[in-house]
Design a binder for this molecule. Structure first.
Ligand code: SAM
Length: 325
């Protein structure tokens, strides 16, 4: 299957990263290189692009796309790129393994790609009956089926509530546990039927597909999406060169809140009581939030690519002196 994914907020990201031709740029969620191929085009032979993804299929697609982009550039003007299978949470370690101290720009475009959603066998989609997989990294052993068959009812309810904001989390968790007592859950179709039976009829067709929130929640929990994001942002900001920028695209409020708070704390980490005349905690600002409000897709982009509708882009700029590491 061809890797189909339309990059979201592309022009806005390129502008936000303020790309310098000789700079080093890292894309922590390279996917099919939709954003990265445009970053590569802006680099000189002294520049470097590093693309990271947890998904080997994505890296294969990125390699084909970036090689094509590079070859289309005049000889003698071609920049280099490196692709690494890793978690973006390990981005600082990936850079240091490549002998790179800091990057001039870092992009994170969170969530799943359209390619992953459209590949039925990956089990991300409630529209296609397939094994309950949902692993972004297929070298990991634990699948969505394992999570759904092994977690306690209370844990399942918590996952659906916290990561899916599903108001019927308790009812769905109860039915999952009942169903798996007969036979372990195996397919996305079985999960969709359980969800449909759990949600009271009058709410079933409100707020999008009834399975949307549960599928999002299971995917987030299985792939540790929010914990990774929360834990790694300070380190990723630390991996920016002086004046370097981090651009993050989120697709739901849970992710956006984490990014907003991490950026705010990096800008103003002081924990002194408000009435202290001077700061005594010693925490130093690491830079500034470039986007007071998130950048949203235009009406035109939403029309062309409905998947962009929930996207929000936030940008942070490391201070000139580098600040705290
Ligand atoms: C929205 S897609 C990126 C699409 C890409 N910007 C493009 O335009 O082609 C998100 C990608 O991030 C990857 N991903 C998600 N979480 C990750 C993580 N923690 N570490 C590395 N890659 C991750 C997914 O496998 C997926 O390929």
């Amino acid at each position: 299957m061809e890797f189909s994914h339309v990059p979201v907020l592309l022009d806005e990201c390129l502008e936000a990263l303020a790309i310098r031709p000789d700079g080093i740029y890292a894309d922590g969620t390279v996917g099919g290189a939709g954003h990265s191929s445009h970053i590569l085009q802006k680099l000189s032979p002294k520049g470097l692009l590093i693309g990271i993804d947890r998904d080997s299929d994505a890296l294969e697609a990125a390699n084909a796309r970036l090689s094509g982009t590079r070859e289309a550039m005049p000889e003698g003007e071609r920049p280099e790129f490196r692709l690494v299978k890793s978690n973006y949470g390990d981005l600082p370690a990936v850079l240091s393994e490549l002998g790179i101290a800091r990057a001039d720009g870092i992009l994170l475009d969170l969530g799943v790609s359209s390619y992953q959603l459209d590949s039925a066998e990956r089990g991300f989609s409630y529209m296609k009956d397939a094994p309950l997989d949902m692993r972004m990294d297929r070298d990991e052993s634990r699948t969505a089926a394992d999570l759904l068959n092994e977690s306690s009812e209370a844990e399942l309810a918590r996952i659906l509530r916290d990561y899916g904001e599903e108001r019927f989390a308790g009812l769905i968790a109860k039915r999952i546990v009942l169903a798996r007592q007969r036979e372990p859950l195996k397919t996305t179709g079985e999960l969709v039927r359980i969800i449909e039976q759990s949600i009271p009829a009058k709410y079933r067709n409100t707020g999008g597909h009834p399975a949307k929130r549960t599928f999002q929640a299971v995917r987030i929990a299985l792939n540790h999406e929010l914990t990774t994001l929360e834990e790694c942002l300070p380190g990723i900001i630390g991996a920016l060169a002086p004046g370097g920028r981090l651009a993050v695209i989120t697709f739901h409020s849970l992710e956006d809140r984490i990014v907003k708070n991490a950026f705010r704390t990096a800008e103003d980490p002081c924990i002194c009581p408000k009435d202290f005349p001077v700061c005594v905690c010693g925490r130093v600002s690491r830079g500034k939030v470039v986007t007071r409000k998130p950048i949203l897709p235009s009406e035109e982009e939403m029309k062309q690519n409905p998947r962009s509708a929930s996207a929000k882009l936030r940008v942070f700029e490391r201070n000139g002196a580098g600040g705290e590491a």
